[in-house]
Design a binder for this molecule. Structure first.
Ligand code: CA
Length: 708
């Protein structure tokens, strides 16, 4: 009895203390989405919630929940599913607060659901113009919302930032965060720090100048903006950091797209140091010889930057790939952790960016502590710890002789979330493992609003002979890698059927969850990587799972739906065994046994091409233009990933006028196919058609051959 009273009194005291210390940090009583800084910072004391993109500001994607664990995970079953009603890539991490789930689908559509049942509460569609798909390198995806003091924030594909009333889904405010005439897009999830919504953007494949902005949560007024690359020096610099950065550039980059360096995904925040960290992307164009003739590190491309969240003031940076020339972004997941190195507790920041090295950085000052390659790579031999710079292999700076570079422009690891378990001390990395060919283009012409990589042969590197293509296919791999950041070495791996598998979640139940490209959600033991449970998702999974608890029951939830860059571009590799896109939220708990309705939709290409009449010269011109302008959505070598129509089966091939109605006049713009009249000539349109007809005959012949 006495013990009970003591417990009661201390609970009351704690509640009082909580109430007092949070007087200025709480939403109105009864407000939905009652997320505050204190709640996020104290998230381990309320582990039933998933309050922020990576659950906590350190973005570890580890949950202290342990009701579901290695002993009972085989009893995990489907509790509910929610149809996301789109058929493009699904990349969002849901937020769950006080029993409500806030999530997004393709085309930046937001849903609020009852997290216990999946019943919809409201939906908000920002009505993004479908032709905006033209400015997406990597599908019309969205990676989620941020929730704060009764509001839900998200970035729409066209660059608008919205604040919605969490109760109703009504718009409280919206702002244009980008110049809408430029090829900026937003696919990343915002974060909220100190009553400011932080949002970046993408578009460096097309030609933009990157930045991250902070908006006041109350009214959407801009608090600050930090550019990641300098503008035209003759116009002056926004701050001292830009003046410093400009000394690392040559040429007239602001006239050929603006330098790039977009902040399209990762952020993390250390409340104690009061530092906001974000990752910066590749250059525009990718090719440094064009972007900055004569060299230069080109700050802050491919860098991790730390700024003050109140002002956006620069504090430090670490550049992973100086003078990047391969689309080696450092926008990949940033994880903060306190770990012991050489017997000393260190505040570290960890990242496995595209370039193939795993970095452990002192997050107080940006000093490199260690870096080792987490995949086989050939563009550098190692990272010199003394200088903090990679030691490059000279051939990797491609010339007219192209070079097959490991890893490719999709990276050894892309945006797919990692997870760090403080229990196992391991970082779990969804790894991609394949090369790409890079060479100097014969001539580069900046093409506003179109793809501007400035690299020749990168996509056309696939040989024409099928046997050689099959050999290429054999080296395209993907795996789940458990990495020890202290020893900087692999602990274990699970080899997957191919690349582009989903993000990771680890839990205190010694579990590690990951969805796969071949359509499963799998639970492994986090310490050893033993497969303990799996569930067929009917579609490829690229997003990351979350976990939460309501009324003493733990749930695991994941957004499924095949799509994204690899799914679109690498049709050649995925079409033969591709699963259709079925976009859903799937939520599991122990003892549940719901069934998914069967999927009877299996896309395939029906070849019926007209006769091939064009000259070899025209077909070659069509091939080159297709790779520059069409490939990003319709797929490598005109083989679609089947998320988007495969042009080789298109009826428009039969009539040159109808073809031009679509390609030049935008007849299908409301379905996502914008006009390319500003980017290609009528002759080039005709040449692309000829090339696709040729590839349709090739596809048909292969099919006939395999049927014999
Ligand atoms: Ca890129």
């Amino acid at each position: 009895m006495k013990a009970l009273s003591v417990a009661l009194i201390s609970a009351l005291a704690a509640a009082l203390l909580f109430a007092c210390s949070h007087r200025n940090d709480s939403p109105a009583a009864g407000t939905a989405a009652a997320v505050t800084a204190t709640r996020i910072i104290d998230a381990d004391n309320d582990p039933g919630q998933w309050l922020s993109h990576g659950r906590t500001y350190d973005e570890q994607r580890f949950s202290p929940l342990r009701q579901i664990n290695t002993n009972n995970v085989e009893e995990l079953g489907l509790a509910w599913s929610f149809d996301l009603q789109t058929r493009r890539g699904i990349e969002a991490t849901s937020i769950v607060v006080d029993g409500v789930m806030y999530t997004t689908s393709a085309w930046s559509i937001v849903h609020a659901l009852d997290a216990r049942t999946g019943q919809p509460m409201w939906t908000f569609d920002p009505q993004v113009a479908k032709e905006k798909a033209k400015h997406t390198c990597c599908d019309v995806v969205n990676r989620g919302v941020a929730v704060w003091k009764g509001q839900v924030f998200f970035g729409a594909l066209d660059g608008r930032l919205f604040a919605l009333d969490a109760q109703t889904g009504a718009v409280n405010w919206e702002v244009a965060t980008v110049d809408p005439t430029l090829p900026y897009t937003i696919t990343g999830a915002p974060r909220v720090v100190k009553d400011k919504v932080l949002i970046g953007n993408g578009g460096a494949e097309f030609g933009v100048r990157g930045f991250i902005s902070a908006y006041n949560v109350q009214d959407g007024s801009m608090a600050w903006r930090f550019y990641t690359v300098p503008g035209n020096p003759d116009l002056g610099f926004e701050n001292a950091a830009m003046e410093m950065a400009a000394r690392t550039w040559n040429g007239r980059w602001w006239e050929i797209g603006g330098g790039g360096g977009t902040v399209w995904d990762s952020m993390a925040y250390d409340p104690e140091l009061d530092l906001l960290y974000f990752g910066v992307g590749n250059g525009t164009p990718w090719n440094r010889e064009i972007r900055s003739p004569g060299g230069g590190d080109n700050l802050f491309l491919s860098s991790i930057v730390a700024v003050r969240p109140d002002t956006g003031e620069y504090v430090w940076h670490y550049q992973t790939t100086p003078g990047e020339s391969w689309d080696y972004t450092a926008t990949q997941h940033i994880i903060l952790a306190d770990i012991e190195l050489d017997g000393e507790p260190r505040k570290v920041l960890m990242q496995a960016p595209k370039n193939g090295f795993f970095y452990v950085i002192d997050r107080t000052n940006g000093e490199l502590l260690s870096a080792e390659n987490y995949i086989e790579l050939n563009w550098a031999t190692h990272v010199d710890i003394a200088t903090g710079r990679p030691v490059e292999v000279p051939e990797a700076r491609y010339t007219n002789d192209s070079f097959l570079v490991f890893p490719s422009y999709l990276g050894g690891h892309n945006w797919h979330s990692m997870s760090y378990s403080p229990d196992t001390g391991l970082v779990y990395i969804p790894v991609l493992d394949f090369p790409a060919n890079y060479g100097q283009p014969e001539n580069f012409r900046y093409n506003p609003g179109a793809g501007n990589t400035g690299v020749h042969g990168i996509i056309g590197s696939l040989p024409d002979a099928q046997a050689e293509r099959d050999a290429m296919r054999a080296i395209v791999k993907g795996r789940l890698l458990a990495w020890d950041p202290v020893q900087q070495k692999e602990a274990w791996r699970v080899e997957h059927k191919g690349p582009w598998n989903g993000g990771a979640l680890s839990t205190a139940g010694n579990l590690l969850f990951q969805g796969t490209a071949d359509g499963n959600l799998v639970a492994y033991s986090a310490d050893k990587g033993e497969t303990l449970w799996s569930f067929p998702t009917q579609t490829g999974v690229v997003a990351a799972p979350i976990t939460y608890e309501i009324d003493g029951e733990q749930y695991v939830s994941i957004n499924v739906g095949w799509g994204g860059a690899f799914a679109l571009v690498f049709g050649e590799f995925v079409q033969s065994d591709s699963l259709p896109n079925v976009s859903r939220v799937l939520t599991f708990k122990l003892g549940a046994g719901q069934q998914l309705p069967p999927v009877d939709w299996k896309p395939r290409v029906v070849f019926n091409p007209p006769a091939l009449e064009a000259s070899a010269e025209v077909i070659h011109e069509g091939y080159a233009t297709y790779q520059d302008v069409c490939m990003g959505c319709h797929g490598l070598n005109a083989v679609s990933g089947l998320i988007i129509p495969d042009l080789r089966g298109s009826a428009y091939l039969w009539d040159a006028d109808s073809w031009n109605d679509v390609v030049l006049d935008g007849a299908l713009k409301d379905r996502g196919m914008a006009s390319f009249a500003d980017n290609i000539s009528p002759e080039q349109s005709a040449a692309i058609r000829a090339y696709v007809i040729q590839q349709a005959h090739r596809g048909k012949a292969l099919l006939d051959q395999s049927a014999r």
